[in-house]
Ligand binder design. Sequence first.
Ligand code: HEC
Ligand code: HEC
Length: 215
Amino acid sequence: MAKPFFMSKFDLRILATLAALLAVGAITQSCESHGTDAAAPYETFNMPANELTYPMLKQMALSSCLQCHDEFNSQAGFDQDIVAGKPDQSQLIQMVESGEMPKGGLPHLSDAQIAMIRTFIENDKSGAPPLPPLAATYASLKANLIDQSCISCHSQTSVKPHEPYMDTYDEVNDASDDMATELLEGSMPPKGHQAPSEEVKKAFVEWVNNGAPNN
Ligand code: HEC
Ligand code: HEC
């Protein structure tokens, strides 16, 4: 995530929205008991998870931590204290949920702030192996397109499985024309989910035009 630290107008607009939503979160929280209802991150703050940058997370959720944890100034330092992609295995989440952190008598994080940290960790790819180079081959598109943007919904093992399934080459081959259509129309993946780049879409269409070989 090589984003510059200064914020674009766009980031600032998101930040303003988040600030408003967090304020609402804080009010709701003071009216309810601090329950263990699993927070639904998408409902807590309405923005695509892949637009949540580390500078935003630091400012909105980790500012009190910085008093004692210099390492949280950089994402590299934060990443050392979490399991990227796995909030439930990250001790940091347990510590903020239990109120063990922040130490020093500082206020507990709000549910919205914790949801934000969870979402960031879920989408943090720093622990993942690097993707293979983009090419119009099944192996490359499986890794660069299907596993990144489609499989979370189009697998028999998804939480809510949707056809067409894309777990095997044969399934992808059968669905390849429809997949290309959806990609070109921009109707898949649904709004708010990690959309593939134009280069990735082009490579997929090229592969389909080549007869969708198992390569
Ligand atoms: C007042 C100082 C203070 C603040 C503020 C604070 N921490 Fe800590 N934190 C500590 C100390 C000291 C330790 C190590 C000793 C311990 O575990 O008690 C620690 C340990 C941790 C650890 C265990 C891994 C490690 O680095 O040792 C995590 C994760 C953590 N803190 C997260 C946070 C988060 C997230 C926040 C903000 C929400 C926060 N802390 C705020 C003092 C603080
Ligand atoms: C967040 C869940 C989700 C993700 C991610 C997702 N889809 Fe879908 N997809 C659906 C749902 C739900 C349907 C069925 C309802 C519909 O057509 O809107 C669907 C339907 C489809 C269909 C069938 C359309 C039809 O009219 O028969 C295709 C093809 C498809 N998706 C391709 C893709 C591709 C390609 C990706 C990745 C780039 C993708 N989807 C990512 C949820 C998802």
